[in-house]
Design a protein around this ligand. Structure first.
Ligand code: UTP
Length: 276
């Protein structure tokens, strides 16, 4: 029902310099697949078929990944290496990919606003591919959120519990519990001082947004760090109507940090090759 998934991927990724000097961090691989590939898998599983990217520098690496590589494919055709491209080919056959460019890095809210041209006037998913989510025995996080959206038809953010100290690294929400694992948001703060955090529920990189968010973002002034924050826009949206915070099932790796990236690598290595 929701067709488009937006991937904001224009950030500088400074924690991975120098690798991210010429490569978007979303192209860093966990084993053999770049982070963005895991994100596209999750969106596809949730039923979305239009993958929309907001890119900055290193745009070509992302575009080329979702395009045919004639020379390479010709070279390995008929060899035992050919199946290595099966997964990406399968995605390319089933999905469409579009790209737009964020010329100035003015924050996640601004990146999402830049994606307006790629999103029709309907609700859409957002994946920050550096948050890699897995749910071993059930459906992926975005698919879980789709079910919530189908019932409530409003914006949904995925949240997880963190320690009070860690709240300073996240958007933090508070609200009223309306059912098990689901809150109606009444407050949101971007990267609060732990003493001011309204709760210990941190937003991770998964959203379903209704299209009125674009008008709100257009009128949202720069907030924390001088950036246009999606958190501020969502707080406005929560006041005007309803925004839900969903405690997702599964595990999230913060692959925007070195520790999270290594953890995810070890997790998939063990899972795929059965080794630690
Ligand atoms: P981060 O806060 O992780 O920033 O952005 P970053 O630049 O990617 O990484 P560091 O902190 O310098 O290492 C969260 C998400 O928002 C996107 C990023 O690509 C990432 O997916 N983003 C952020 C944009 O697309 N544009 C922006 O202006 C800011």
């Amino acid at each position: 029902m929701i067709q488009t998934c937006l991937f904001p991927a224009a950030g500088y990724g400074t924690r991975f310099l120098p690798a991210t000097k010429s490569l978007p961090k979303e192209m860093l691989p966990i084993l053999t697949k770049p982070l963005v590939h895991y994100g596209v898998d999750e969106a596809f599983e949730a039923g979305m078929d239009n993958m929309a990217f907001v890119v900055g520098r290193g745009k070509r690496a992302l575009e080329d990944y979702f395009d045919i590589s004639y020379e390479l494919e010709h070279q390995i055709a008929g060899t035992n290496k050919e199946p290595l491209l099966d997964e990406i080919r399968n995605l390319m056959n089933k999905l469409t990919f579009s790209f737009t460019r964020q010329n100035e890095m003015k924050g996640l809210g601004h990146a999402i606003y830049t994606g307006k041209t790629l999103v029709r006037d309907e609700a859409f998913g957002v994946i920050l591919a550096d948050d890699l989510c897995v749910n071993e025995n059930g459906e992926g996080v975005l698919a879980q959120m789709m079910r919530i959206y189908e019932r409530y038809r409003c914006s949904v953010v995925a949240v997880m519990e963190v320690s009070k100290e860690q709240t300073k690294s996240y958007g933090v929400v508070s609200g009223r519990v309306i059912e098990d694992g689901l809150l109606m948001v009444d407050d949101m703060v971007e990267k609060p001082d732990p003493a001011d955090a309204p709760s210990n529920l941190a937003i991770i990189g998964r959203y379903i947004l209704t299209p009125d968010i674009f008008n709100i973002l257009e009128r949202t002034s720069p907030g924390k760090n001088g950036e246009i924050q999606i958190t501020d826009a969502l707080k406005t949206q929560a006041k005007q109507g309803m925004v839900l915070a969903y405690k997702f099932k599964g595990r999230r790796f913060d692959c925007g940090s070195i520790e999270g990236f290594v953890e995810a690598t070890n997790y998939f290595y063990e899972k795929i090759y059965g080794k630690k």
